[in-house]
Design a protein around this ligand. Sequence first.
Ligand code: NIG
Ligand code: FE
Length: 411
Amino acid sequence: MTLLIKNIKELLQVRDTNVTIVKGEDMKVLPILKNAYLLIEHDTIVEFGPMEECLNIEADKTIDATGKVVLPTWCDSHTHIVYAGDRTQEFVDRINGLSYEDIANRGGGILNSAEQLQNTSEDELYNQASKRLTEVIKLGTGAIEIKSGYGLTVEAELKMLRVIKRLKHDFPIPVKPTLLAAHAIPKAYKDNKKAFIDIVVNELIPKAAEAHLAEYIDVFCEKGYFDLEDTQRILEAAKAHRLIPKIHVNQFNAFGGVALGVEYDALSVDHLEELNPEDISALQGSNTMPVALPSCSYFLSIPYTPGRAIIDAGLPLALATDYNPGSTPSGNMNFVVSSACIKMKLTPEEAINAATINGAYAMGLSNRYGSICRGKKANIIITKAIPGYYHLPYAFGNNLIETVIINGDVF
Ligand code: NIG
Ligand code: FE
């Protein structure tokens, strides 16, 4: 089965060599072919080039992309889409003056979601999450990471991870599972955090790893949640089970979580709304991807990650949604790309690099996803007819996507 997309106005992120990460100055460069074609065989990109070179190509199916932009699907490297219900009351409480912290301190927030999740069956959780996953694929996401973390008991965490495994099996896009082992201190352990971490280290991590339910380990390293010592204990235990760190750091406070992540060779450090020069230095020369989550900043009215400073320091940057019921009830990568441009002052080229190839890197997928490259998977967005790719971030909130192709098939 071959699919030819022809007369493409702009084909974005075209790479002759299999680049797997872009950093610093290179992030400003988004390779583009104008008036181009793209040829897909089964689930793989096999050829692309200018239309003049397409004359003799025959395919089983052809899509005419006159006036349209074509690009690789978004790679969303940070989500929590397996959750139960919602937190709409807390949303209204925040409008009326409470802070995210106030709500957590009165036993809401993550503890509220944990209670809802513990009382929801595995099938029902799967149904809710699969609706969200279907929606975000239609919005252009073609690879995703999903975290546990709303279980807060060994059984409920394993239940979440089994739901993620089922999504991975049933959906055509890559789904990367993360054990967010320490997301909040459960009510029952309010005065005994150490006992909870003992369970994480001695039971949860070994059970999740032995059942092959997770590739990554995550911790909410934050004041009032898990400090550096707690985080280090968990990363150490996870290392013994070959779980790679992708951790929540510097959302509200910067106190060394970035350097700790780098020390444990984290694949990514995520949030970074509060970032100091030592954090930037820690990232220099490392393999760790800094990940910004601008929809979270938007929803909670907290600072935006200083993406400009990160890129200007020569570092790479990835963008992700953080889709979750408390801080970001949105999985729209198009909005993420827009807000990175509008609020973080990334250029459209930088934002698109951050949301495709670098997002793929932050999931260990950038050798097969994240760019238009021969041999890579054919996960592709075709926009509506638009004046040019600047309209993707410019026309924020509008849906400019017409077709999403996953593994060579229209989704
Ligand atoms: O990434 N910060 C920690 N975890 C999530 C939000 C959790 C919640 O409020 O449910 C985040 O923002
Ligand atoms: Fe998160």
